[in-house]
Design a protein around this ligand. Structure first.
Ligand code: HEC
Length: 348
């Protein structure tokens, strides 16, 4: 088992990450997963606790700022990083980015959260990108391109309501959280529920085009009824076995890396990476890096680039090298947002 120091050193040192991407992507994926799931130091956000034991809550990523704490009504500036202490119950959002909802076998919706570390947050604040005016300013001449620091990280998580009866044999197989489930009708009060993590996207700006990693809970096919439409690289599968054995007795043993992506194309073919819980219906056209390269802003007819195209009646993701022509200074062209799509949540 890697030590606390090894996990933190790799996860926070871009040179270590860049080296491992080439030599051992599976182990890198797991070290990043262990870093964001390390227990957090009480009373502060985002600091792993050297005395923590894997499986204790809240984890580091659970103390990062959720998107709704940053992109505030009216584009207002968010309070400083540690103000108000770590978040209370997580606020879930319904629906996948293709507008569909995944329902688990108990009939409850799978829900989502997006959160950022301090490197990401401080940069967004320094450029007032938390609101629409700051992003629109990218369209005036001479604005510096969006460029997150190498310390930037973000996650997107998917959650399932844990039913004390239907899920009684697997309650300890999940990273859990207290959460607020929005009413399915869209109006009324949210319900407080216990949720378990079914999927976790992790990204790091250690490389200029970021490092793209995704994990999911191994019982998802049975509990959410979704089958994977991809095969896990054999080296990553071997690494999954190794870490699952090392982590036996903790909820983390019930997770697997689906893979790690750093290139648009490999061996002349577009690279793909997907999570059954987050890209459920477009797994076979899911390229994290290509879709996120389209993260954009414009003050023309359309505020953001489309990230799906309709093919044979299905919403299909873009794969391979991203187009360059939509980006430019023209009135209906776009400025790139350095791969961070949740910036589209900024309010006017
Ligand atoms: C077809 C487009 C598309 C694909 C493919 C995609 N994403 Fe995203 N992603 C989005 C959008 C849009 C958001 C904005 C948040 C939301 O609405 O859920 C997002 C949000 C995120 C976030 C939160 C930070 C941010 O950039 O806003 C992370 C982390 C993330 N995705 C990682 C991944 C990973 C890892 C993969 C591949 C396994 C992936 N995404 C595949 C479109 C995509």
């Amino acid at each position: 088992m890697p030590t606390f120091e090894q996990i933190v050193t790799v996860a926070t040192t871009p040179k270590e990450i860049a080296g491992m991407v080439a030599t051992d992507p599976g182990t890198l994926a797991w070290l990043m997963f262990l870093y964001v799931n390390w227990p957090a130091t009480p009373g502060t956000r985002g600091v792993p606790d050297p005395a923590g034991k894997l499986g204790q809550l809240p984890t580091v990523f659970q103390t990062w700022k959720e998107a709704h704490e940053v992109y505030l009504a009216g584009g207002a500036a968010p309070p400083p990083w540690n103000d108000g202490g770590p978040s209370g119950p997580v606020t879930l959002s319904l629906g996948e980015i293709d507008g569909t909802t995944l329902t688990d076998v108990n009939g409850n919706p799978i829900t989502y959260t997006v959160a950022m570390n301090q490197g990401t947050f401080d940069y967004l604040v320094s450029r007032t990108f938390y609101g629409w005016p700051g992003q629109a300013a990218l369209r005036s001449g001479g604005a510096a391109a969006v460029a997150f620091p190498t310390s930037a990280m973000e996650i997107k998580a998917s959650w399932k309501v844990l039913d004390p009866i239907a899920d009684k044999d697997r309650l300890d197989h999940y990273i859990t959280a207290e959460a607020l489930l929005p009413p399915s009708s869209g109006t009324g009060e949210p319900t407080k529920v216990a949720v378990g993590l079914t999927g976790l996207h992790i990204i790091s700006k250690a490389l200029p085009n970021w490092v793209w990693i995704t994990f999911e809970q191994v019982e998802n096919p049975a509990t959410t009824g979704v089958q994977a439409k991809f095969t896990i690289d054999p080296a990553v599968a071997t690494t999954n076995d190794r870490f699952q054995r090392l982590l036996a007795g903790t909820p983390l043993a019930y997770y697997q890396a689906n893979g790690l992506q750093t290139e648009f194309v490999a061996g002349g073919q577009p690279t793909l990476l997907a999570n059954t819980q987050i890209e459920t219906r477009f797994q076979t056209s899911s390229s994290c890096i290509t879709c996120h390269a389209l993260a954009s802003v414009s003050t023309g007819k359309q505020a953001r680039l489309d990230f799906f195209e309709l093919k044979a009646g299905n919403l299909t993701g873009f794969t391979g090298m991203p187009p360059t022509t939509p980006f430019g200074p023209g009135p209906d062209q776009f400025s790139a947002l350095d791969f961070v799509w949740s910036m589209r949540e900024a309010k006017r």
